[in-house]
Design a protein around this ligand. Structure first.
Ligand code: SF4
Length: 389
């Protein structure tokens, strides 16, 4: 049975605040019955507070409305994110004075407050869920939709998968991409050839291995699978393989499943804001030009359906190639535009497929527009005077 995803278009018919995204967020919260569901709950509002001078994260205007709704419903909200993003969050507008509730480092200031969950996956044995995440009784997962260099895109899954785990687990999740071997030095005995392989990558995704003078280390975040290195490497000596790239997305799905399992059934909602979608994650600490047009706001009980809906809403868009940083390139135009940007091995849909396999939700959904945009044949334009005359 398809899940319901509530949706607010970024477009408006009239020049009125009631038709803009914050007002549509209110309608989505009503349709999700948030107020009725949070009475007496300790509510974690998980969002990405960004870093340094990023300004494209979920704007405080939106966050404050969610906090207000939780309080009106009798819940006790707090915002949490990883320690290095919370440190200085007030410089980006995320303070208790502005938002109406405290902003905490999810695993404490030194990331020592954790709960360990045993679940072997590649290099990971124990997953360290942030203490304040597991202690909360209700989750509001409010994500900014954007690109991501490890998996093509980051939204609701990414916000929980990385942002609710402590530092050692976040690092280990990235290391899953290194778990399966990709460099086989015995098949490339000629040092001059090895140097040519290193030099072949224009993105410095291949570098000298610090531990092994004959080794090659790959930074998968910087690799878009263009294949230049493979044209130089002797057959079989180097693999640019799906198994390494997909590992991160599977790890994100497992991480999300572990975190969500700490909440009782029905005690989580997911929100996604698809505006000012940048090429890479908000943790980079800056905001680049948008690479897709704004696509709106989404809300659902189902995290799989929510990310799927955000991807589908942007799938038919043209990648704004004139806006991408000049250090990046597009060499494929197949699939989702995030895949064009980050390469064919970083299909953004994958995390939703892994999530569905783990029983986190449905790939099928019904999109319910909370305020469909009216079309006018003819209409006067309301005008708000600047005052004076
Ligand atoms: S396939 Fe990846 S590592 Fe190889 S040259 Fe292209 S970007 Fe660099």
């Amino acid at each position: 049975m398809p899940s319901i995803v509530y949706y607010g278009s970024p477009r408006q018919a009239r020049l009125e605040a009631s038709e803009t995204l914050p007002a549509k967020l209110d309608l989505i919260l009503e349709r999700l019955n948030l107020r009725e569901r949070v009475k007496g709950e300790t509510v974690l509002l998980k969002m990405h507070t960004g870093n340094n001078i990023v300004y494209s994260t979920v704007h405080p205007v939106f966050v404050r409305r969610v906090v207000k709704a939780i309080k009106e419903g009798g819940g006790k909200p707090f915002i949490a994110d990883v320690n290095w993003d919370v440190d200085g969050a007030e410089t980006r507008g995320y303070s208790s004075e502005v938002l109406g509730c405290p902003v905490y480092p999810a695993a404490g200031p030194e990331e020592q407050y954790v709960y360990a969950h045993e679940r072997p996956f590649k290099n990971i044995q124990k997953w360290l869920v942030a203490g304040m995440v597991q202690d909360a009784s209700f989750l509001v997962n409010f994500a900014h939709v954007k690109g991501h260099p490890s998996c093509g895109f980051g939204a609701a899954f990414k916000n929980v998968a990385l942002g609710c785990m402590a530092g050692p687990t976040r690092g280990a999740m990235h290391d899953t991409m290194q778990f399966d071997p990709y460099w086989f030095p015995d098949l490339c005995p000629d040092e001059a050839v090895r140097q040519r392989i290193l030099a072949a990558c224009p993105f410095e995704a291949l570098v000298q291995d610090k531990q092994d003078p004959r080794g090659i280390h790959m930074h998968p975040e910087q690799c878009n699978a263009c294949g230049r290195c493979l044209k130089v490497a002797p057959p079989g000596s180097l693999k640019i393989d799906a198994v390494n790239f997909h590992a991160f997305q599977e790890a994100c799905a497992i991480s999300t499943a572990i975190t969500i399992s700490t909440f009782a059934p029905g005690k989580a909602i997911h929100l996604g804001l698809a505006t000012h979608m940048t090429p890479v994650c908000d943790c980079f600490g800056f905001t680049s030009m948008p690479i897709l047009q704004d696509a709106g706001i989404f809300g659902s009980d189902d995290i799989v359906a929510l990310d799927r809906a955000a991807l589908d809403a942007t799938a038919g868009q043209r990648l704004l190639e004139e806006n991408i940083p000049t250090c990046m390139e597009v060499h494929t135009r197949q699939g989702h535009p995030f895949r064009w940007l980050h390469g064919p091995l970083k299909d953004p849909y994958l995390v939703t497929e892994y999530g569905a396999r783990l029983g986190l939700g449905s790939l099928e959904y019904e999109l319910v527009d909370v305020l469909p945009v009216e079309k006018f044949d003819r209409a006067g334009m309301a005008y708000i005077s600047a005052g004076g005359a």
